[in-house]
Design a protein around this ligand. Structure first.
Ligand SMILES: [Ca+2]
Ligand SMILES: [Ca+2]
Ligand SMILES: [Ca+2]
Length: 360
């Protein structure tokens, strides 16, 4: 509860940066990006998002081809009572296949997958060489419904960047697409380290693109700065009135420890646990998947309603997806305002598991 109250305080501060004309939050439309991963044995896992607006009777068609330009043949039809994912186990190892998914609204996507004997459902995104990073969050920076990653890292040397100050570390904020393209890099010179600085990614002005909001302290003055989601440049800055509660500095926010991580993974509709490099079933302790790196976030940013585990592994971000099919059909969790608030709250200063409408 304490975290929620403090987060509401921070959102109130964010609203001070909003234009008077906007005044309300908008939820980005939700990605229709298809997730396609190769599993072991040459199998292919495909999943896609079910939007609530598709309706209960929504039907999806999945077609495949050896060539991007087709011809495509039907691989599966998924009606009410079936999930929004499947495993194609009839493929030849080492070949590339193209999958075409069509929704009731006529929207379709193509994803290519090269099969292998030892595949795992994981996206690996290299980040720029430099100081290690320990924090990241997600947001839709261009309003296309597909999430981007925002990484925070610190250069303690104090000699980087055009405005470097010798006694202040340089904080870098970098944005990457899920395809690994670096969109922009922004720097901030402050006496704070990355773990001391709350950052929130939220569509403050209601234009469909999430701003990156950072609170920091400089020369004893609390400030909020909003980064333009298009280029990372500061678009507005506000000096906060008075002294905010200590918890808004980020470090002292109450939160669950990293080893209390839980996530929707296996399709049972119940959460599983992630700890010590393993994702395990809560009741039987069965190992469902393994991961590398330090967990940095959990969110439903790909495919269906199962949650991805995001880790930082050296100079790479790894996004682990389930490869387990399910017949449960649920809207993307990121369409749930309660869940989105939790995802934003997690970046204020601690890692916590998300809580949405499917949690009791
Ligand atoms: Ca986007
Ligand atoms: Ca915006
Ligand atoms: Ca997911």
């Amino acid at each position: 509860m304490r975290v929620l109250v403090l987060f509401c305080l921070l959102i109130f501060c964010l609203l001070m940066l909003s234009s008077p004309a906007s005044g309300e939050f908008k939820i980005p439309p939700g990605s229709r990006r298809v997730a396609a991963f190769t599993l072991d044995g040459g199998r292919v896992f495909i999943s896609w998002r079910y939007k609530e607006s598709d309706g209960a009777m929504a039907k999806y068609e999945v077609k495949r081809s050896d060539y991007k330009t087709g011809p495509y043949t039907m691989a599966g039809i998924f009606r009410k009572g079936e999930g929004t994912n499947f495993i194609d186990s009839t493929r030849t190892t080492g070949k590339t296949y193209y999958y075409f998914v069509t929704t009731p609204t006529g929207t379709s996507w193509i994803m290519d997958v090269k099969t292998s004997e030892t595949g795992e459902p994981c996206l690996v995104i290299p980040i720029r060489d430099g100081s290690p990073c320990s924090r990241l969050t997600v947001g839709d920076l261009n309003g296309d419904g597909i999430f981007e990653l925002i990484v925070c890292r610190t250069d303690q040397s104090g000699d980087s960047g055009p405005k470097a100050l010798p006694d202040k570390p340089t904080l870098y904020f970098e944005a990457y697409t899920l395809d690994g393209e670096m969109l922009w890099r922004s720097s901030l010179h402050t006496g704070c380290g990355e773990l001391d600085i709350p950052l929130v990614v939220w569509d403050v002005d209601g234009d469909g693109r999430d701003e990156v909001i950072i609170k920091y302290k400089e020369d004893g003055v609390e400030r909020l700065v909003a980064l333009n989601p298009a280029n990372g440049k500061p678009s507005s800055e506000t000096v906060l009135p008075g002294q905010l509660p200590e918890a808004l500095h980020g470090k002292s926010v109450d939160c669950q420890a990293e080893d209390a991580l839980s996530l929707f993974w296996d399709g049972s509709g119940q959460r599983e646990l992630a700890a010590g490099g393993k994702i395990i079933r809560r009741d039987s302790r069965e190992v469902l998947a393994t991961y590398r790196g330090k967990p940095a976030g959990i969110a439903d940013i790909l495919g269906d309603w199962r949650e991805e585990l995001i880790t930082i592994d050296g100079n790479s971000i790894r996004i682990y997806s389930t490869g387990i099919p399910t017949r449960i059909r649920r809207p993307s969790l990121m369409e749930d305002i309660r869940y989105r608030l939790c995802a934003a709250r997690a970046a204020v200063g601690c890692r916590i598991h998300q809580t949405g409408s499917y949690d009791q």
